[in-house]
Design a protein around this ligand. Structure first.
Ligand code: AMP
Ligand code: GLY
Length: 426
């Protein structure tokens, strides 16, 4: 089949790399893609907010499967637009319609969904500008740290965790004054959960589901998890503290009630669900839902899957996931993201990249790269995710470090401590 993949990050390179290996794939297009995806498919420029242009492309290239990498097109109704068009509604889309995407697009919606369906999560209340005084009073009833979340999408920056009550009150006020634009018109204030985070992913058709390998990501820019939040500086899969019994609890207490909730609420859903979890006293709580894969989690999850990914997507589209058996390799995958100097603040682009060697025990997944004639240059903050494999976490990490160390571009920075907190747990 001919496939279109939307997106341009490391996640999309990993998905494209895997889909290109499938016997079911005839032609793979990536819009817009990056310097890595063009090695495994054809990058195209397509303005997906222009429906007519998108429709012409899908028809002329005889696309039968679209895989949506990032959340924004889903929140904007990309899947609905195809489903509502008589000439396009035969195309299978991996990615939910707008209503399903609201699980990520609105924290208030997702918290209501979790409470309605008995999914464990932090206690919360939501407020708007007109209920500011109630919000301030609610903060006074809580113990620090205070967790304030902009309801809408805020480029991963909409969550504030504050130790000081006066500061929390000030931030709540400024969120209603447009700190995160319209995303903070509604603010969720929730109980702080003290535990260790991990992510679990499923592919679901809204009825059945297949659980993918779990992962842990490292969001802060600095070693020891210090400094500013980023899109993700590294990831590890499997997660040593998430063994059989705990994952069983995740399935029973989190995954099943979520999928049943979708059915009960009549939310049609075909695609990924990313459960951002926190483990507190050996119990899983949901911090957030995402309606896509994580980045850089995808760069460790996907390479561990031995099964055919396109066959998995096909089973999702056809409603036959119940019979699908996913095969996963036992090896550990650990990725270290090389970023542009200055990221997550301002950084320069267009730096020449060299040193991508044929890695025996790993894969370079491109994120912010593009080709410039015969050269490869940086084009984003997160540049390349270096995924190493090994039969222990330490070996996987050493392979990833060798790969990242051989990579060269002006201003390159990477963390050297990805996975260090887990080593003692193996
Ligand atoms: P989110 O965008 O909802 O994933 O939140 C960003 C980060 O804030 C999470 O990855 C957690 O590290 C942290 N966080 C969010 N909610 C809570 C909570 N209720 N308790 C503790 N940490 C939280
Ligand atoms: N790495 C976190 C995310 O993709 O949201």
């Amino acid at each position: 089949m001919n496939i279109l993949l939307l997106g341009s990050g490391g996640r999309e390179h990993a998905l494209a790399w895997k889909m290109a290996q499938s016997k079911l794939t005839k032609k793979l297009y990536i819009a817009p893609g990056n310097g890595g995806t063009e090695e495994v498919g054809e990058n195209i420029s397509l303005n997906i907010s222009n429906f007519e242009e998108t429709k012409r492309f899908l028809i002329s290239k005889n696309i039968s499967l679209v895989v949506v990498g990032p959340e924004q097109p889903l929140v904007n109704g990309f899947t609905d637009n195809l489903a509502n068009d008589l000439e396009l509604n035969h195309i299978n889309v991996i990615g939910p319609k707008k209503i399903g995407a609201t699980l990520e697009g609105s924290k208030d919606f997702s918290k209501q969904f979790m409470f309605r369906n008995g999914v464990p999560t932090a206690a919360y209340q939501s407020f708007t500008k007109s209920t500011l005084s109630e919000g301030l009073a609610f903060l006074e009833t809580l113990k620090p740290p205070y967790v304030l979340k902009a309801d809408g999408l805020a480029a991963g920056k909409g969550v504030l965790i504050l130790d000081d009550l006066a500061e929390a009150k000030q931030e709540l006020t400024s969120m209603f004054e447009g700190k995160f634009g319209e995303a903070s018109n509604t603010v969720v204030i929730e109980e702080f959960l003290d535990g260790i985070e991990l992510s679990v992913f499923v592919v679901t058709d809204g009825k059945d589901y297949v659980i993918l390998p779990e992962a842990k990501d490292y969001k802060r820019i600095g070693e020891g998890d210090k400094g500013l939040n980023t899109g993700g500086m590294g990831a590890v899969s499997p997660v040593p503290f998430a063994k059989g019994e705990f994952l069983q609890k995740v399935e029973e207490k989190v995954i099943k009630p979520t999928i049943n909730g979708l059915a009960k609420d009549r939310i049609e859903y075909k695609g990924f669900i990313f459960f951002g979890l926190i483990k507190v006293n050996n119990e899983p709580y949901v911090i957030e839902y995402n309606v896509r894969m994580g980045d850089p989690e995808t760069e460790v999850v996907i390479p561990r899957i031995k099964s055919d990914l396109v066959a998995l997507f096909d089973a999702c589209a056809k409603g036959t996931l119940a019979n699908y058996k996913l095969e996963v390799m036992d090896e550990t995958a650990l990725t270290i993201v090389a970023v542009s100097g200055g990221y997550p603040g301002n950084y320069e682009k267009g730096k020449l990249i060299s040193g991508i060697r044929d890695a025996q025990a790993g894969i370079y997944f491109h994120a912010g790269t593009k080709s410039d004639g015969d050269d490869l240059v940086t084009s984003g903050g997160r540049v390349i995710a270096c995924t190493g494999f090994g039969n222990t976490l330490v070996k996987a990490k050493n392979n990833a470090l060798t790969m990242v160390n051989s990579l060269k571009f002006q201003g390159k920075y990477n963390r050297k401590d990805i996975g260090n907190d887990l080593e003692g747990l193996i």
